[in-house]
Design a protein around this ligand. Structure first.
Ligand code: GLY
Length: 347
């Protein structure tokens, strides 16, 4: 259950009470341990909780870190009836969710996402995992949290880059849902003085879109692929930036991926050009340009061939015929893909 919290202490207390358990563990990273742990520490049911803290960046989303969490759970007496609370961004909720799903064949877990990206995407929907062999989220399982507690007050603590990063996933949810939602998203001011109360409500709408899709198709056999809009190109762009030694926040790559895939949607399945142009203008204004040359198209293409979403020998896209008109399992030729990268670079 996704709970939009106005009182984090009350929500945590009720949620923990619903999950019968013997011992209680809280997973934080070095940042959330300092900044977010104080928000929940006073909660009475957490008095005896055992805290496990891991490194804070995506570079820590590894098998070693996972083994560290399993070891700590074991050493501190976790049983199959223990409960894990993941307090952090997508790295913590993904890795913690996977640790919980695999420890003694699975213990229950609750997510308390602390970034916009994890609130609207990573912490919701049961995808868990770690990076492996240089590939993002290569190893993992589908297993939903018992509860996801969203404290939208935390949005006020985020810097503008983290707001933009999460907002790209909200924009994706707008594009796959309806014109009204999309129009509100591209009108909202994310770079100036943010209306946090309104943003909090928009987060609720955004999460509801994701929940509806996940409920229909929890294991991504069909319609859940809608949530991959912008991600086939986006993951390749993210990997290229990492290779350059200039990593970007996931949502920036998704925003540029949306430019790519809306362009492909226009050329292949008739997405309206004016709506594509308006979205592209919004992305270029708030996320800037991605710097790369045509010499790097082959590398990007190579990254795309490793995407989890592919089926033998083809690169799989989710495209749109209109806002909300989702076309899954679309393929594109290498020439079309290179043309798409030209559009991203040159407009
Ligand atoms: N992040 C896309 C999904 O949860 O399916």
């Amino acid at each position: 259950m996704v709970i939009i919290s106005t009182d984090i202490h009350k929500c945590v207390t009720e949620s923990v009470a619903r999950c019968e358990h013997d011992r209680l563990f809280v997973l934080t990273d070095e940042t959330t341990d300092k900044l977010c742990r104080p928000l929940i520490e006073g909660v009475e049911c957490l008095q005896d909780a055992i805290y496990i803290t891991i490194g804070a960046t995506d570079a820590c989303k590894t098998l070693d870190t996972l083994a560290y969490v399993w070891t700590k759970l074991g050493e501190c007496g976790a049983t199959r009836h223990s409960l894990l609370i993941n307090l952090g961004g997508g790295m913590v909720t993904d890795l913690g969710g996977f640790a919980a799903s695999t420890f003694k064949r699975g213990i229950k877990y609750i997510n308390i996402p602390t970034t916009l990206l994890s609130m609207v995407d990573a912490a919701v929907g049961g995808k868990t995992g770690i990076n492996f062999n240089g590939l993002k989220n290569e190893i993992g399982v589908f297993n939903a949290a018992q509860d996801v507690i969203l404290d939208t007050e935390l949005l006020r603590t985020l810097d503008s880059r983290n707001i933009c990063s999460g907002y790209a996933e909200m924009l994706k949810h707008g594009l796959i849902s309806n014109t009204e939602n999309w129009a509100e998203l591209i009108r909202f001011d994310i770079s100036g003085k943010i209306d946090y109360a309104r943003l909090g409500q928009m987060v609720g709408t955004s999460v509801a879109i994701k929940e509806r899709i996940v409920e229909e198709d929890p294991f991504e056999k069909g319609i859940r692929k809608a949530l991959n809009l912008g991600h086939t190109a986006g993951h390749a762009l993210e990997s290229l930036m990492l290779k350059h030694g200039t990593p970007v926040l996931h949502g920036y790559a998704v925003a540029w991926g949306l430019i790519c895939e809306l362009y492909l949607s226009c050329t292949k399945v008739g997405f309206p050009t004016d709506k594509m142009r308006q979205t592209v203008r919004f992305v270029r204004e708030h996320y800037g340009e991605m710097e790369f040359t045509c010499e790097e198209y082959e590398t990007l293409y190579e990254f795309m061939t490793h995407d989890k979403k592919n089926t033998a020998g083809t690169i799989n896209f989710t495209l749109l015929g209109e806002i909300g008109d989702i076309r899954i399992n679309q393929i594109a030729t290498k020439e079309e893909i290179f043309d798409m990268f030209d559009f991203l670079r040159e407009g």
